[in-house]
Design a protein around this ligand. Structure first.
Ligand SMILES: Cc1cc2nc3c(=O)[nH]c(=O)nc-3n(C[C@H](O)[C@H](O)[C@H](O)COP(=O)(O)O)c2cc1C
Length: 209
């Protein structure tokens, strides 16, 4: 599927086929593709909790204000961002850049302090924004990649973050920008026309706001 077509056809699906499973390996392929999303300093601060088990989906639905799609979709991804990815990922990323010929060891040593300076202390608001921003780019990539594999999705912000963390053993420092329900549109369901979009002139500011 062409990228333009995927973007034009993507919809947030409310009615998933609850009896259809995603074939083995398909979700992994989607996640591998989404993992190519860009990220600041290539730090890739995303973590994904893949929830497929019936009981776990029921538990997640309870954390998500009882939204039926959480239980009806074949799988739900809890997309999280880790503010500590600066500390935890910087060295392997820089080592790979040296290996791939992007930089020499001395350039890597000069680069290393930069994300620490840019994003501040691990518990700062800037770090949480860094984690949420990059994990959200990953999440959008998941939704586009899913289209290419014949899957539909639905992003969700309607959940109790503390409850999701407690139920699924997610460390408190992580941020959860969204859940993504993934599966197949229920047979016989006709979608209403897509919701309105603001026209280009409504949000495009040329040269200056
Ligand atoms: C971050 C985010 C959070 C959302 N949260 C919810 C949600 O909790 N429940 C819901 O029904 N839809 C949710 N939506 C879906 C939006 O309502 C939907 O994307 C929007 O109406 C546009 O529809 P479309 O995605 O089909 O184009 C969310 C979308 C995004 C991007």
């Amino acid at each position: 599927m062409e990228v333009s077509e995927a973007l034009r056809q993507r919809r947030s699906i409310n009615f998933f086929d609850p009896n259809r499973e995603i074939p083995e390996g398909v979700l992994e392929a989607v996640l591998e593709e989404a993992n190519l999303a860009p990220s600041s300093f290539n730090l890739q601060p995303w973590e994904v909790i893949l929830v497929k088990d019936k009981d776990n989906k029921r538990r997640l639905r309870e954390c998500a204000f009882n939204q039926p799609k959480v239980e009806e979709a074949s799988a739900v991804l809890i997309v999280a961002g880790d503010p500590m990815a600066v500390e935890n990922h910087i060295d392997p990323v820089l080592e790979s850049m040296i290996r791939l010929g992007y930089m020499k060891a001395e350039d890597a040593a000069r680069t290393r302090p930069m994300p620490f300076k840019l994003y501040g202390e691990p518990d700062s608001e800037r770090r949480r924004l860094f984690a949420a921003k990059n994990a959200s780019l990953f999440a959008m990539s998941v939704m586009v990649a899913a289209m290419g594999h014949g899957l539909s999705t639905h992003p969700m912000d309607g959940f109790d973050e503390a409850k999701v963390k407690e139920t699924f053993g997610i460390p408190d420092r992580l941020v959860i920008p969204m859940l993504i329900a993934v599966g197949y549109l229920k047979e016989g369901v006709t979608l209403l026309p897509r919701g309105m979009r603001r026209p280009l002139e409504g949000f495009l500011h040329r040269e200056r706001f």
